[in-house]
Write a protein that binds this ligand. Sequence first.
Ligand code: NAG
Ligand code: NAG
Ligand code: NAG
Ligand code: NAG
Length: 395
Amino acid sequence: MPKLVSFTRLCQWLCLILLMLLKTKCSDDVEMTFIRSAITKGAVCLDGSPPAYQFDKGFGEGVDKWLIHIQGGGWCESTKSCLVWVNKTNGVGSSTLMQKFNFTGVFSSKQEFNPGFYNWNRVIMRYCDGASFTGDVEKVDPATNLHYRGARIFNAILDELLVKGLNKASSALLTGCSSGGLAAILYCDKFRAKLPAISRVKCVPDAGYFVHVKDISGKYHFEKFFTKIVKLHNSEINLPSSCTSKMKPGLCFYPQFILPNIKTPVFIINSAYDSYQVQNILAPEKADSHDSWSACKLNISNCSPPQLKILQDFRSDFIKTLRSGMGRSIRNSASRGMFINSCYSHCQTGNQINWLGDAASKLDNKAIAEVVSDWFYERNTSQLIDRQHVLPQQC
Ligand SMILES: *[C@@H]1O[C@H](CO)[C@@H](O)[C@H](O)[C@H]1NC(C)=O
Ligand SMILES: *[C@@H]1O[C@H](CO)[C@@H](O)[C@H](O)[C@H]1NC(C)=O
Ligand SMILES: *[C@@H]1O[C@H](CO)[C@@H](O)[C@H](O)[C@H]1NC(C)=O
Ligand SMILES: *[C@@H]1O[C@H](CO)[C@@H](O)[C@H](O)[C@H]1NC(C)=O
């Protein structure tokens, strides 16, 4: 008889574990939604395919709270490079090639993995325009069939979400990673304006704070790249006029020149040693004629002492730029927050380990997840910069 009981017990345990495994698998898995009706409005990906997003419905106290994330993936700045984008297997130029993202980190629906936002409505706007959702060119060259219509995509997805309940949001967060993080800054005030005045609305760009600094050759190669993107996609009309009225449109792709005029609260998550920025802004191939940086860029443990010195100067410049970009509101942490660690990485919110776990990505022993939600609800001041690790860290 005792044997039978323990056998039943074992079955119960096995069933429970099986259920948990199934649930774990299912809750990360969120279907794609394609907005086919957007095609008639000309709101389409580079190749003319419909825009798409992934949406996991909120529950419990989160039903009227919304986290909208803009996916990143870089930019295409010429017809030639955009034609390559269209075929990229990760779908950044065409929704026909998109694969579903797993909802982990800031997207997770599990409280233990995402304590601040697990029960919110969580959306990933899928990126497929090559220009941080800023483009709007009516003409389509029949020879290439390339569509530069990112701004229309952003509006089409947002309009659909507004109908699905975003228009009644009590709280909303616009986030994004990399080129999507930049979009979250560029669109912050416009997003705010679409929501009820009484709702709490804030923006959290992740790895989107691209800095305008000299590269290792003493030039600004990356500025040329930004300028080409803005020109090709006719982005100027969708960049904040507070910037374009004063500066060349290519410069208005740099957060440091836009942020001082953004009225909505913004929290910047970035590494001072952002790997994309080190590889493309500080030491791009064009600035490295002797190819002396490849090994160091690939793995920071290969960097020579002089290279580490240059990296440290980059970090100082990054932090300086951050201060000027914050403008006078620097001390008002309700309006401007930041979490600047020293990880040699790029984008940290969608990655479960960086978002909540890894000690190396924490500051003041606090995970990004905790600092961001404390800031969102104005529970604590949140302008954290890693001053302990002045060298790039592996995390
Ligand atoms: C992209 O794929 C299409 C269809 O397979 C092909 O015709 C085209 O040449 C490819 N373009 C580039 C730039 O590789
Ligand atoms: C999503 O999760 C599944 C199952 O754990 C895994 O096989 C797949 O590679 C993941 N996809 C991505 C894009 O990370
Ligand atoms: C970088 O190199 C070190 C030392 O060789 C190694 O331990 C580490 O795993 C490497 N890191 C990456 C990201 O490849
Ligand atoms: C606010 O953050 C600081 C620094 O991380 C911490 O020492 C303090 O306990 C926090 N206060 C509250 C109310 O959480």
